[in-house]
Design a protein around this ligand. Structure first.
Ligand SMILES: [Zn+2]
Length: 449
């Protein structure tokens, strides 16, 4: 600055890298760090914030210490000697003002670069707010604020276009109960269920999350998205949840529901276990214990056909045969599960692109014919009914290969994020952090630095 007669150190200025100021000198602060003395170099700092006219009448100087990133791993304190100016414009209501630069706007005590680094550490670098605060010597509220500011810019405002989305619900933390002082009844005041909306095929993570677990929560979120975005969603992957199915039909009437195959197999396994327990009670009048044939094979029943070797298959068969009628019925239930898995294995994959419709109808027929032969087993009937109720969704899975695996992957990331932060007390913050965590990879791929 012309008003300053001290010489500027251009090398140190370059090293500091703080736009708008020039370094005069650097001193040891006597505590392992350095103190950097700077003056204003940005011309526009002299412009009156009210009228915009460049001031020429100097009032006085004052020194501030804005916080900045550390330099070369050493703590660094900045002493910025900034001028105060008189505004001499007749029409201007402002008498005087202090210089400000873009990196350090008026009344800010941190530089933009530092605030950005704090925000990026949490949003992109998966640091917790506490960790980032410790690294950058900032308080928790400041880092949290920087993070929110950064995330608002880094996260896409609208979900990116995709042909397929996945919807699922997860419990986050514990439900909160409170006693109503009037009725003395305990009421659920906060139920930490979140419904997540993810990109099912593009790997771009979580598009959004809402609290709740009913159809309205799903419909509301979907309807809040731009119509153009909704129009290009052709598939929605869900688990066997009729509430979600109804919500999708309402909000995205043109989209097809895809049933996640993982949940169908899980359902078949549950029915098989129920049947095994029921028949074991019938046979023994108690739970299975060591020495019972069913005890020997109960672990084998949980496995898939292809994971059993010839000996294990033989043991499974002979032990169940030895049990008599109940054993044969358990074997029939295991076969039903395997027939359902055979059907689901016909889904298209990346290497096997064309759906084989005749193979699908043959496998579907085999599954139902097998259950018709064992129609006296209620567990199998319920399974067959569920498969029929959801057939359209299952068939869409078989012909598209779309799953809700993206939701599962995101849930793992979200849990990890929550564990690192020792849980979240604020749900909105939790949702924001979850979105950052699940979109990190795709954001990095879109803007690699
Ligand atoms: Zn002015």
């Amino acid at each position: 600055m012309s008003t300053h007669d001290t010489e500027i150190n251009s090398d140190a200025t370059r090293l500091l890298g703080l736009e708008g100021v020039s370094v005069i000198k650097v001193k040891d602060d006597g505590a392992g760090g350095s103190t950097v003395y700077v003056v204003t170099s940005e011309d526009s700092a002299r412009a009156c914030p009210s009228c915009g006219v460049f001031a020429t009448r100097l009032k006085d100087y004052r020194t501030t210490a804005p916080r900045h990133l550390s330099c070369g791993g050493r703590p660094m304190g900045i002493r910025w000697r900034k001028a105060r100016w008189h505004c001499t414009e007749v029409a201007c209501p402002r008498g005087s003002f202090t210089e400000s630069i873009r990196q350090v706007p008026a009344r800010m005590r941190t530089t933009k670069a530092l605030r950005r680094a704090a925000g990026a550490a949490v949003c992109d670098g998966s640091r917790t707010v506490v960790q980032a605060g410790r690294d950058l010597h900032l308080s928790w509220p400041i880092v949290q604020h920087c993070f929110e500011e950064y995330a608002a810019k880094a996260l896409p405002e609208q979900p990116q276009a995709t042909e397929a989305i996945g919807i699922d619900e997860t419990r986050r933390g514990k439900p909160v109960w409170k006693q109503n002082p009037d009725t003395e009844k305990w009421e659920l005041v906060a139920d930490a269920w979140h419904i997540g909306f993810v990109d099912a095929i593009g790997g771009r993570g979580l598009f959004g999350q809402v609290e709740g677990r009913n159809a309205t929560s799903v419909t509301d979120w979907l309807m809040a998205q731009p119509a153009a975005w909704r129009a290009q969603v052709r598939y929605v992957a869900i688990d066997l949840c009729s509430t979600f199915r109804a919500a999708i039909h309402r909000a995205l009437p043109h989209a097809a529901v895809v049933v996640d195959c993982f949940h169908i197999v899980q359902l078949a396994q549950r029915h098989l276990a129920d049947l095994r327990r029921r028949l074991t009670w019938k046979q023994h009048g108690r739970r299975a214990r060591k020495g019972d044939g069913i005890y020997t094979v109960r672990k084998l029943l949980r496995r898939n056909k292809e994971d059993l070797d010839q000996d294990q298959l033989a043991v499974l068969k002979s032990e169940l045969e030895y049990m008599g009628t109940y054993g044969r019925q358990i074997h029939a239930a295991w076969q039903a599960k395997e027939l359902l898995r055979d059907l689901l294995s016909l889904a298209v994959t990346r290497t096997h692109l064309a759906p084989d419709h005749s193979a699908i109808s043959a496998a579907r027929y085999r599954f139902h014919a097998h259950i018709a032969d064992h129609a006296h087993l209620p567990e199998l009937l319920v399974l067959a009914e569920t498969v029929e109720q959801w057939w359209t969704g299952i068939e869409t899975y078989l012909t598209t290969g779309i799953t809700n695996a993206a939701s599962e992957g995101n849930n793992r990331l979200i849990k990890l994020e929550a564990r690192n932060a020792f849980g979240f007390r604020n749900r909105a913050n939790q949702r924001l952090r979850s979105r950052c965590a699940t979109t990190r990879r795709s954001r990095r791929e879109a803007h690699p630095h």
